[in-house]
Design a protein around this ligand. Structure first.
Ligand code: NAP
Length: 253
């Protein structure tokens, strides 16, 4: 699929959790739009360098790799402040990094709940809040949060995950109302079942059950999510904010 959003050329966009899955695909597709990609990774510097090379080959005007854990705000504040000072304001943000920990409600321990809520919800809010002063100095800012269709429809054994993803929607809508007058937009994507490591972890029975409930049939691809993300980041969606877009093959109609 080839879509072109000319205003993304040179735009400085930060993507969290870009080492694999949906985040990586968004980075690759932004590279094709010639964006300046700032991607976050946690673990391997070697892998991050490989991704950096790949993004440059794909067309990115510039690539900055930043190592940090989104749960540790001390680990990113200086890095982002320095980047902004040296290079310019960050103009787009994709809050993609996320985790799941499926458990029956009766078995959830406090540390498991903290892990899911902190990573998916609190860290998204902390990072976005931290960057908000910077956004005031940028033009046409667009923020995209990766929620989940589970945050809309619920799912047995995913109470923590669903609550964290539903929380993102409330946050994004409130943020959109608060900052619209500054030309800062905030939208949410709710993927359904997309083929990545996260869904690979499901049992074959669970996978078959989910697929049977998807009207368009089968799993979605990371590219399906990336295309919607590009649209929301670009000025093609300039009159859209506080919106929630499902990319779920009709799972939750
Ligand atoms: P994935 O393949 O498991 O990748 C998750 C990404 O998040 C990895 O890059 C991981 O980095 C990063 N990450 C996790 N915790 C982090 C932390 N504390 N700090 C920094 N990075 C962290 O997941 P995915 O399927 O691509 O999912 C991406 C997003 O879409 C998530 O928010 C997920 O909830 C959402 N989503 C996915 C699906 C789906 O079907 N796949 C459906 C609905 C919503 P490491 O490589 O270092 O672990």
């Amino acid at each position: 699929m080839k879509a072109i959003f000319p205003d993304l050329e040179g735009k400085r966009i930060l993507i969290t959790g870009a080492s694999r899955g949906i985040g990586r695909e968004i980075a690759l597709n932004l590279a094709k739009q010639k964006a300046h990609i700032i991607f976050n990774y946690r673990k391997s510097e070697e892998e991050a360098n490989k991704l950096k090379e790949e993004l440059i080959q794909a067309g990115a005007v510039d690539v900055t790799a930043l190592q940090f854990d989104i749960n540790d705000s001390d680990s990113y504040q200086d890095k982002l402040t320095n980047f902004i000072k040296e290079t310019g304001a960050i103009e787009g943000l994709v809050n993609n990094a996320g985790v799941s920990k499926d458990q029956l409600t009766l078995r959830i321990k406090k540390e498991d709940l903290d892990f899911v809520l902190d990573t998916n919800l609190k860290s998204t809010m902390m990072l976005t809040n931290f960057l908000s002063k910077n956004f005031l100095r940028a033009n046409n800012v667009s923020i995209v949060h990766m929620s989940s269709v589970v945050g809309l429809m619920g799912n047995a054994s995913q109470t923590s995950y669903a609550a964290s993803k539903a929380g993102i929607i409330g946050y994004s809508k409130s943020y959109a109302k608060e900052l619209a007058s500054k030309n800062i937009r905030s939208n949410v994507i709710c993927p359904g079942f997309i083929e990545t490591d996260m869904t690979e972890a499901l049992s074959e029975t669970a996978k078959e059950k989910y697929i049977s409930q998807i009207p368009l049939g089968g799993y979605g691809s990371t590219e399906d999510v990336a295309m919607s993300c590009l649209f929301l980041l670009s000025q093609a969606s300039r009159y859209i904010t506080g919106e929630v877009i499902k990319v779920d093959g009709g799972l939750y109609i």
